[in-house]
Design a protein around this ligand. Sequence first.
Ligand SMILES: *Cc1c(COP(=O)(O)O)cnc(C)c1O
Length: 423
Amino acid sequence: MPRPHAPAHAEDDLLPLPSDQDATGRTLGDEEIAAVTDALRSGTLTVTKGAQGKTLEARFAAMVGATFATACSSGSAAIHCAVAAIDPEPGDEIITTSITDMGALTPILYQGAIPVFADVDPATGNVTARSIAQRLSPRTKAIVVTHLFGNPCNMTAIMALARSRNVRVIEDCAQAFLATHRGRPVGTFGDLGCFSLQQGKHVTTGEGGLVVSNDAALARRVYLFVNKAWGYGDANADHYFLALNYRFTELQAAVANAQMAKLDGVVQARAKMAALMDDLLAGVPGVEVPKPGHNSTHVYWKYPLRIDPAVIPGGPPALAKLLKAVSVASAPRYIVKPAFRCAVIRDQQTFGRSRWPFTLARPEAVDYAAERFPGTFEYLDRVLVLPWNERYTPAHVEYLANAVRVAAEQLRETRIPVEGGVA
Ligand SMILES: *Cc1c(COP(=O)(O)O)cnc(C)c1O
């Protein structure tokens, strides 16, 4: 008699997926090797004197339609530069999202400002003009939005709100290279746009970041913040304000230049396979595929599913467990808990025992009561993040879709029938 719940795949049926952590899922090749070799032979490895960094900045600015771009050492550094460019007073409030990378949040604290968490849309995990509006106060200096998983926030609505309140906007585009809203790449709707070149992003130099802007004064402050605020080339150069060395190197810039030539292809490949995945999962009960926002394109840093636990018993964690058995590493709950439940923010672990700058905060700005974040908790309870990659072939996508479909079916069959109903 056949076992009713035989594993979906025997050991030798497992299909390894390309991984963004090694060569199987990266576009690093001869072009990068040649560029690094050239940089090494030039003998100039600092971007302050070399050509690669300048080329990268000009090239990336043109790619996203910005006037200025500055390379730096990480995505977190990029956010730090952007916040420092806005130059908040200690205790100023910066509204941000409860679901993002910690690298988008700690720079706010380093600059003495208070991160104030807006709730997210439970359909996308993104902040909205409405959720941001609920957190505005006379102390609001800026807003940092994250285009989660490569799906743009509604920048039309967010910018209208921000401009009406004279509040600056920083876009965290670490997961959203070349994603568009109303036909324009994200990064220049706000005052500053930040990108990451970390190993797992669309294009990579291992670590690295970029900041774009159309505002000459803000771009100047970003440049200075990367360079210890030393006014290179100025008549009376000085260290003008508190700043770090957040420079990129020529080696990284050489790799980045070769990677940028491939970025458009990476984004297109990811979107094409995502469209196939959408088709293959259409009609699977309890499984909702990611959809781009109104007037936007999604660039699929990951492929986040929304799972309805009322239809699929056990929800995302149970599905993830079954997927793991067929060697698919998914992430139920993405960051697991909202950012405000992380020790650094929950316990205000900042500078010594001072708790500064939280000591300057209005009580409401640091009120993390769960009932103020219904969208956040609903989204985390439902999201199952599938790894996504430009090297996926239709065979990989079919394998992934089949794994999800079989696992979902298996869990649905375990559902306890309700009295008088049909299971
Ligand atoms: C990766 C990431 C960052 C931080 O970038 P690093 O290069 O890792 O410092 C910030 N925000 C988001 C949304 C990210 O995905």
